[in-house]
Design a protein around this ligand. Sequence first.
Ligand SMILES: Cc1ncc(COP(=O)(O)O)c(C=O)c1O
Length: 491
Amino acid sequence: MPERPEPFRVLDWDPDRARQLGEDAVDLWVELLARLPELPVSREFRADELREALAIEVPEEPLERGELLGHLRSLVLESSIYPGHPGFLAYISGAGTVPGAAADLLAAALNQNGGAFRLSPGATTIEEHLVRWLAGRFGLPAGAGGLVVAGGAVANLVGLKVARDRAGEDARGSGLRAGPPLAFYASTESHVVQQRAADLLGLGSEAVRLIAVDDRWRMRPDALAEALERDLAAGVVPAAVIATAGTTATGAIDPLPDIAELCERHGASLHVDACYGGPAALADDLRPLLDGIERADSIAVDAHKWLYTPLLGGCVLVRDSRQLAASFATEATYVWLDEALREGVDLTLHGPDFSRGFAALRIWLSLLAHGRAAYGRRIAHDAALARYLGELVDDHPDFELMAPVSLSICCFRYAPAALRGDEDRLDRLNERLMMAVMSDGRVYCSNAVLNGRFCLRACIVNFRTEAEHLELLVEVAAEHGARLAAGTDRR
Ligand SMILES: Cc1ncc(COP(=O)(O)O)c(C=O)c1O
């Protein structure tokens, strides 16, 4: 007789024990929400101190409840920065919706594998419905589809993979050696993930032709036309033009109708990187800024930016959902199912991941719990706040607006009269000023480099930010700016 293993149920916590840990975690979450406005946005973290506090030995036996909670408290309340703090204005980092956090708990509890319909029937249904709803907001036709991937980098990569496979002869099977060279076109203000995508797709990063921008940081259609014609004359196939709807530095929106026209004329796909600006489609007063996006073959949009959901929520949308399968479908013998019994769509066949989670739930629950109208109003409010910051900066004698305010981004610098004209000194001063603001704790902004000049940059994708926090940003920046300018900083 074989020895029959006894049950081993140590990891199988009963519902009461699950509730205890769940309640401890929820209590900590609620404490974080209550204390958020008073906590410092960030502090000066030292890597060795964090290691000391957090990098504990994995225990042989379970940590007891108090120790476990103490460890979590140290992570949550002492070792983190807070993108959800009303003074967080840096990069393009959404505040993180409250429903999104609850959704993450449930998604993990369900543990669906969103790669296969049979392993995630409800989750797949919601994800497909969500991406179709988003596609509809951009005016894509009924056959459009898409999926939730990791972040914007992957969403762009998927859109460009579809474009590559449409343009390249047997690119999936033979790689790129079978046909003529391919190129992508994106403005000099486009995000660096486009070059990374070209590299990953085998075109090489230099295959992204960087097109000049106008004085509002938008791609110049005349320069695009020239680049397309030059490549066509040299036997290079234009695979896709990447228009950016909301550039990272200034929030500029490339002229989508003009670019769509050129794509149609030259047979290139139109891919729109709307990772940041896409959610403007939900705000009635901002929606017209995206006119032309309905002509896109693919769109990348990040829910974790201006839909405020917790990281990550990159969505890729394609005009014709069949193109995803044409680009990604592969067969694995171990996932055999009788065709006659097959039900629903297996999203693993539509994207780069094989097993997939249920990231769509944090987006879906956020939309259901807030509703489209509140989202639209808050997104419009963020844009109004950015314009208000632009006016505060303009009115202040020691600050200079560095780009027109677009969407919810304002770029400016500290430039007191005595230093105007000394560009190198202003660069160094503003670099140090940004570091001072970052470690101040009251507010937190990041930077942009425009025409080679260093600027402070505030991007409002935070539903807790209000006018008072922008007034505080100007006050804090002026305070540190004056201190730094008065110092002996003449390096
Ligand atoms: C316009 C744009 N595209 C793509 C990305 C990359 O997105 P992610 O960081 O989600 O990968 C960003 C990031 O800020 C962005 O601003």
